[in-house]
Design a protein around this ligand. Sequence first.
Ligand code: CO
Length: 212
Amino acid sequence: MKPSPEELFKRNIEWASSKLATDDKFFSKLNDIQTPNYLWIGCSDSRVPANEIVGMDPGELFVHRNVANIVPHSDANCLAVIQYAVEVLEVEHIIITGHYNCGGIRAALDDKDHGQIDNWLANIKDVLKENYKEIMDLKTEQLQVDRLCELNVVEQVRNVARTTIAQRAWRNGKELTVHGWVYDLKDGLLRDLKVDINNAQQIHEAYRINSK
Ligand code: CO
């Protein structure tokens, strides 16, 4: 049975008590300051709970989620999160985490009309277009979806690195690494795509901003 909103309040009380049982300063410590070293940019999918997957407590992970973990060049929401994370919280790692069998990726791959969300998913269609032959040569729809999940992560890692925010951080000598990971719903494990970017030399010249 699906829990009612009232049930959620009950569970919240239980959760807060369990935290206090192990550390009676748990909430008072967090009330003053958050010092996460990671920004997680992941999919909104309910099966991919950011903190839980990497065993992190409140205060340890700054999180932004949207459908299919996209970082569009001019998305004010996502860019505000990245700026706050890098310039105020001074996180040293930004992790783009996609997941296999992503519904957003699947929708971007078909030619049906899903309404407004197709405009959002056009960001993924751009990735599909750039890798069209590789994807279409794969034998099954599942393989196509999963490969596009990976290639989308690679592109979004680049998009983070292309922002004025990341470039300014590197210009100012700050440590900042952008990572690309994929989560597998089938076994609960993360896989590192090993596409880290940690300096401006790794981004295409066309996007490079070298001085004021
Ligand atoms: Co998804």
